[in-house]
Design a protein around this ligand. Structure first.
Ligand code: IPD
Ligand code: CA
Length: 263
Protein backbone atom coordinates (compact mmCIF):
# COMPACT_ATOMS: atom_id res chain seq x y z
CA UNK A 1 0.00 0.00 0.00
CA UNK A 2 1.42 3.40 -1.01
CA UNK A 3 0.27 5.37 1.99
CA UNK A 4 1.63 8.71 0.78
CA UNK A 5 -1.00 8.65 -2.00
CA UNK A 6 -3.73 8.58 0.68
CA UNK A 7 -2.37 11.58 2.58
CA UNK A 8 -4.16 14.46 0.77
CA UNK A 9 -7.56 12.77 1.12
CA UNK A 10 -7.00 12.03 4.80
CA UNK A 11 -5.94 15.65 5.36
CA UNK A 12 -9.28 16.74 3.88
CA UNK A 13 -11.16 14.44 6.25
CA UNK A 14 -9.39 15.97 9.25
CA UNK A 15 -10.09 19.51 7.98
CA UNK A 16 -13.78 18.66 7.63
CA UNK A 17 -13.76 17.19 11.15
CA UNK A 18 -11.99 20.33 12.42
CA UNK A 19 -14.70 22.56 10.95
CA UNK A 20 -17.27 20.45 12.80
CA UNK A 21 -15.31 20.87 16.04
CA UNK A 22 -15.29 24.66 15.66
CA UNK A 23 -19.03 24.72 14.91
CA UNK A 24 -19.95 22.98 18.18
CA UNK A 25 -20.05 25.47 21.01
CA UNK A 26 -21.37 24.39 24.42
CA UNK A 27 -21.62 20.70 23.42
CA UNK A 28 -23.60 18.20 25.51
CA UNK A 29 -21.25 16.45 27.96
CA UNK A 30 -21.50 12.86 29.22
CA UNK A 31 -19.46 11.23 31.98
CA UNK A 32 -17.17 8.25 31.26
CA UNK A 33 -15.54 5.67 33.52
CA UNK A 34 -12.57 6.98 35.56
CA UNK A 35 -11.73 10.19 37.40
CA UNK A 36 -12.97 13.41 35.66
CA UNK A 37 -13.32 11.65 32.31
CA UNK A 38 -15.87 13.07 29.87
CA UNK A 39 -17.10 12.62 26.33
CA UNK A 40 -19.16 15.18 24.41
CA UNK A 41 -21.56 15.05 21.52
CA UNK A 42 -18.66 16.61 19.57
CA UNK A 43 -16.35 13.61 20.18
CA UNK A 44 -19.11 11.22 19.08
CA UNK A 45 -20.13 13.20 15.97
CA UNK A 46 -16.53 13.71 14.82
CA UNK A 47 -15.65 10.06 15.34
CA UNK A 48 -18.65 8.97 13.25
CA UNK A 49 -17.71 11.40 10.47
CA UNK A 50 -14.02 10.46 10.43
CA UNK A 51 -14.69 6.71 10.48
CA UNK A 52 -17.23 6.95 7.67
CA UNK A 53 -14.89 9.02 5.45
CA UNK A 54 -11.76 6.93 6.14
CA UNK A 55 -13.60 3.67 5.44
CA UNK A 56 -14.35 5.07 1.97
CA UNK A 57 -10.70 6.06 1.40
CA UNK A 58 -9.39 2.62 2.40
CA UNK A 59 -12.14 0.02 1.96
CA UNK A 60 -11.87 -2.90 4.38
CA UNK A 61 -9.71 -1.03 6.88
CA UNK A 62 -10.42 -1.44 10.60
CA UNK A 63 -10.80 1.10 13.40
CA UNK A 64 -9.33 1.54 16.87
CA UNK A 65 -10.86 4.69 18.32
CA UNK A 66 -11.35 6.42 21.65
CA UNK A 67 -15.15 6.45 21.72
CA UNK A 68 -15.62 3.03 20.12
CA UNK A 69 -16.48 -0.07 22.12
CA UNK A 70 -14.10 -3.04 21.86
CA UNK A 71 -10.78 -2.06 20.34
CA UNK A 72 -8.32 -4.75 19.33
CA UNK A 73 -5.33 -4.24 17.10
CA UNK A 74 -4.53 -6.84 14.44
CA UNK A 75 -1.99 -6.87 11.60
CA UNK A 76 -4.66 -5.53 9.22
CA UNK A 77 -4.63 -1.85 8.11
CA UNK A 78 -6.23 -0.05 11.07
CA UNK A 79 -7.03 3.62 11.68
CA UNK A 80 -6.26 4.71 15.24
CA UNK A 81 -8.40 7.77 15.96
CA UNK A 82 -8.81 10.32 18.69
CA UNK A 83 -11.78 12.41 17.49
CA UNK A 84 -11.02 15.17 20.01
CA UNK A 85 -7.76 15.11 21.93
CA UNK A 86 -8.10 17.76 24.61
CA UNK A 87 -11.77 17.09 25.39
CA UNK A 88 -11.63 19.01 28.69
CA UNK A 89 -10.28 22.06 26.80
CA UNK A 90 -13.05 21.65 24.21
CA UNK A 91 -15.75 21.55 26.89
CA UNK A 92 -14.41 24.67 28.61
CA UNK A 93 -13.70 26.67 25.43
CA UNK A 94 -9.91 26.67 25.94
CA UNK A 95 -9.27 26.37 22.17
CA UNK A 96 -6.42 23.88 22.47
CA UNK A 97 -7.67 20.57 21.06
CA UNK A 98 -7.10 18.56 17.90
CA UNK A 99 -8.05 15.52 15.85
CA UNK A 100 -5.50 12.71 15.65
CA UNK A 101 -5.52 9.90 13.09
CA UNK A 102 -2.88 7.25 12.47
CA UNK A 103 -2.80 4.36 10.05
CA UNK A 104 -1.25 1.18 11.44
CA UNK A 105 -0.16 -1.84 9.48
CA UNK A 106 1.30 -4.95 11.12
CA UNK A 107 0.73 -3.09 14.43
CA UNK A 108 3.09 -0.28 13.43
CA UNK A 109 2.17 3.31 12.62
CA UNK A 110 2.91 4.07 8.96
CA UNK A 111 1.11 7.40 8.64
CA UNK A 112 0.12 9.99 11.24
CA UNK A 113 -1.90 13.21 11.06
CA UNK A 114 -2.81 15.72 13.76
CA UNK A 115 -4.98 18.73 12.92
CA UNK A 116 -5.38 21.78 15.17
CA UNK A 117 -8.51 23.53 13.85
CA UNK A 118 -8.05 26.61 16.05
CA UNK A 119 -4.77 27.40 14.31
CA UNK A 120 -5.61 25.67 11.01
CA UNK A 121 -2.36 23.72 11.43
CA UNK A 122 -1.90 20.27 9.88
CA UNK A 123 0.92 17.99 11.09
CA UNK A 124 1.67 14.93 8.96
CA UNK A 125 4.23 12.12 8.96
CA UNK A 126 4.88 9.10 6.81
CA UNK A 127 7.12 6.30 8.01
CA UNK A 128 10.56 6.55 6.44
CA UNK A 129 9.73 9.79 4.60
CA UNK A 130 9.63 12.58 7.19
CA UNK A 131 7.35 14.90 9.16
CA UNK A 132 5.72 18.15 8.04
CA UNK A 133 3.69 21.08 9.39
CA UNK A 134 1.47 22.51 6.66
CA UNK A 135 3.70 20.85 4.07
CA UNK A 136 7.02 22.20 5.45
CA UNK A 137 9.55 19.75 6.88
CA UNK A 138 9.90 19.89 10.68
CA UNK A 139 12.72 18.69 12.93
CA UNK A 140 13.21 18.41 16.68
CA UNK A 141 15.26 21.05 18.53
CA UNK A 142 18.92 20.98 19.54
CA UNK A 143 18.31 22.90 22.79
CA UNK A 144 20.46 21.47 25.63
CA UNK A 145 18.84 19.60 28.54
CA UNK A 146 19.53 22.32 31.10
CA UNK A 147 17.51 24.84 29.05
CA UNK A 148 14.82 22.43 27.82
CA UNK A 149 11.10 23.29 27.86
CA UNK A 150 9.28 20.27 29.25
CA UNK A 151 5.67 19.49 28.35
CA UNK A 152 3.88 16.99 30.52
CA UNK A 153 0.52 15.30 30.95
CA UNK A 154 -0.93 14.63 34.40
CA UNK A 155 -2.64 11.28 33.60
CA UNK A 156 -5.86 12.88 34.91
CA UNK A 157 -7.90 9.67 34.75
CA UNK A 158 -5.34 7.77 36.89
CA UNK A 159 -4.99 9.54 40.26
CA UNK A 160 -2.49 6.87 41.46
CA UNK A 161 0.08 8.39 39.07
CA UNK A 162 -0.18 11.90 40.54
CA UNK A 163 2.61 11.51 43.09
CA UNK A 164 5.16 10.19 40.57
CA UNK A 165 4.19 12.88 38.06
CA UNK A 166 4.64 15.71 40.55
CA UNK A 167 7.95 14.27 41.82
CA UNK A 168 9.29 13.98 38.26
CA UNK A 169 8.10 17.51 37.51
CA UNK A 170 9.94 18.93 40.49
CA UNK A 171 13.13 17.29 39.26
CA UNK A 172 12.58 18.56 35.70
CA UNK A 173 12.08 22.07 37.14
CA UNK A 174 15.44 21.85 38.91
CA UNK A 175 17.25 20.33 35.90
CA UNK A 176 15.69 22.04 32.85
CA UNK A 177 14.40 25.43 31.70
CA UNK A 178 10.68 25.27 32.61
CA UNK A 179 7.56 23.07 32.41
CA UNK A 180 4.17 23.37 30.66
CA UNK A 181 0.77 21.55 30.91
CA UNK A 182 -1.59 22.39 28.03
CA UNK A 183 -4.12 19.51 27.97
CA UNK A 184 -3.63 17.68 24.66
CA UNK A 185 -1.04 14.93 24.47
CA UNK A 186 -1.27 14.82 20.67
CA UNK A 187 -0.45 18.54 20.41
CA UNK A 188 2.33 18.08 23.00
CA UNK A 189 3.92 15.53 20.67
CA UNK A 190 3.57 17.98 17.74
CA UNK A 191 5.47 20.56 19.83
CA UNK A 192 8.36 18.12 20.28
CA UNK A 193 8.34 17.22 16.57
CA UNK A 194 8.44 20.87 15.45
CA UNK A 195 11.11 21.75 18.03
CA UNK A 196 9.12 24.42 19.91
CA UNK A 197 9.45 22.29 23.08
CA UNK A 198 12.08 19.64 23.87
CA UNK A 199 10.68 16.96 26.20
CA UNK A 200 7.20 15.48 26.78
CA UNK A 201 6.23 12.84 29.31
CA UNK A 202 3.02 11.36 30.68
CA UNK A 203 2.94 8.22 32.81
CA UNK A 204 -0.13 6.79 31.11
CA UNK A 205 -1.75 7.43 27.75
CA UNK A 206 -3.93 5.42 25.38
CA UNK A 207 -2.79 4.46 21.87
CA UNK A 208 -5.14 7.00 20.20
CA UNK A 209 -3.40 9.78 22.19
CA UNK A 210 0.06 8.99 20.80
CA UNK A 211 -0.14 6.73 17.69
CA UNK A 212 0.12 9.65 15.24
CA UNK A 213 2.32 11.85 17.45
CA UNK A 214 4.97 9.19 18.06
CA UNK A 215 5.52 8.88 14.29
CA UNK A 216 5.72 12.68 13.96
CA UNK A 217 8.41 12.78 16.65
CA UNK A 218 10.54 9.96 15.24
CA UNK A 219 10.21 11.18 11.65
CA UNK A 220 11.30 14.64 12.85
CA UNK A 221 14.49 13.10 14.28
CA UNK A 222 13.32 12.68 17.88
CA UNK A 223 13.07 9.68 20.18
CA UNK A 224 9.76 8.32 21.46
CA UNK A 225 9.61 5.41 23.92
CA UNK A 226 7.66 4.38 26.97
CA UNK A 227 8.59 6.19 30.20
CA UNK A 228 10.78 3.21 31.23
CA UNK A 229 12.72 3.37 27.96
CA UNK A 230 11.16 0.27 26.38
CA UNK A 231 9.74 0.43 22.84
CA UNK A 232 6.37 2.14 22.61
CA UNK A 233 3.57 -0.15 21.45
CA UNK A 234 0.20 0.89 20.06
CA UNK A 235 -1.80 -2.15 21.17
CA UNK A 236 -2.35 -1.05 24.79
CA UNK A 237 -2.02 2.01 27.11
CA UNK A 238 1.54 2.96 28.14
CA UNK A 239 3.60 5.78 29.61
CA UNK A 240 5.10 7.99 26.88
CA UNK A 241 8.39 9.88 26.74
CA UNK A 242 9.29 11.94 23.66
CA UNK A 243 12.38 14.11 23.34
CA UNK A 244 15.06 15.43 21.06
CA UNK A 245 18.27 13.33 21.00
CA UNK A 246 19.96 16.15 22.99
CA UNK A 247 17.48 15.77 25.87
CA UNK A 248 16.33 12.13 25.77
CA UNK A 249 18.84 10.47 28.14
CA UNK A 250 18.46 13.12 30.85
CA UNK A 251 14.67 12.94 30.57
CA UNK A 252 14.63 9.15 30.68
CA UNK A 253 16.70 9.09 33.88
CA UNK A 254 14.11 11.32 35.63
CA UNK A 255 11.07 9.45 34.26
CA UNK A 256 12.51 6.08 35.28
CA UNK A 257 13.50 7.19 38.75
CA UNK A 258 9.98 8.32 39.64
CA UNK A 259 8.32 5.32 38.02
CA UNK A 260 9.61 3.49 41.10
CA UNK A 261 7.12 5.59 43.14
CA UNK A 262 4.31 3.94 41.16
CA UNK A 263 5.34 0.30 41.31
C1 IPD B 1 -6.30 13.48 27.17
C2 IPD B 1 -5.35 14.60 26.80
C3 IPD B 1 -4.58 15.05 28.02
C4 IPD B 1 -3.86 13.90 28.68
C5 IPD B 1 -4.81 12.76 28.99
C6 IPD B 1 -5.51 12.33 27.71
P1 IPD B 1 -8.63 13.33 25.88
O1 IPD B 1 -7.03 13.03 26.05
O2 IPD B 1 -4.45 14.18 25.82
O3 IPD B 1 -3.62 16.00 27.70
O4 IPD B 1 -3.29 14.34 29.88
O5 IPD B 1 -4.06 11.69 29.54
O6 IPD B 1 -6.36 11.25 27.99
O7 IPD B 1 -9.33 12.64 27.01
O8 IPD B 1 -8.80 14.80 25.92
O9 IPD B 1 -8.92 12.72 24.55
CA1 CA C 1 -6.92 11.79 23.85
Amino acid sequence: MEVDKLLPEVENVLREAGAKMLSMVRPKVYTKEGHANYVTEGDLAIQTLVMERLARILPGSLFYAEEKEENTLTDEPTWIIDPIDGTANFIRGCEHSCISAALAQNRETVMGLIYNPYRHTMYTAIKGQGAWRDGERITVSSCPFDRALVRFGSSPYQPRLAHATVAALEEFLHSCGDVRRLGSAALDLCAIAEGSNDIFFEYRLSPWDYAAGMLLVTEAGGICTSTDGSPLEISHPMGVLAASPACYEGALAICRKHLEDVE
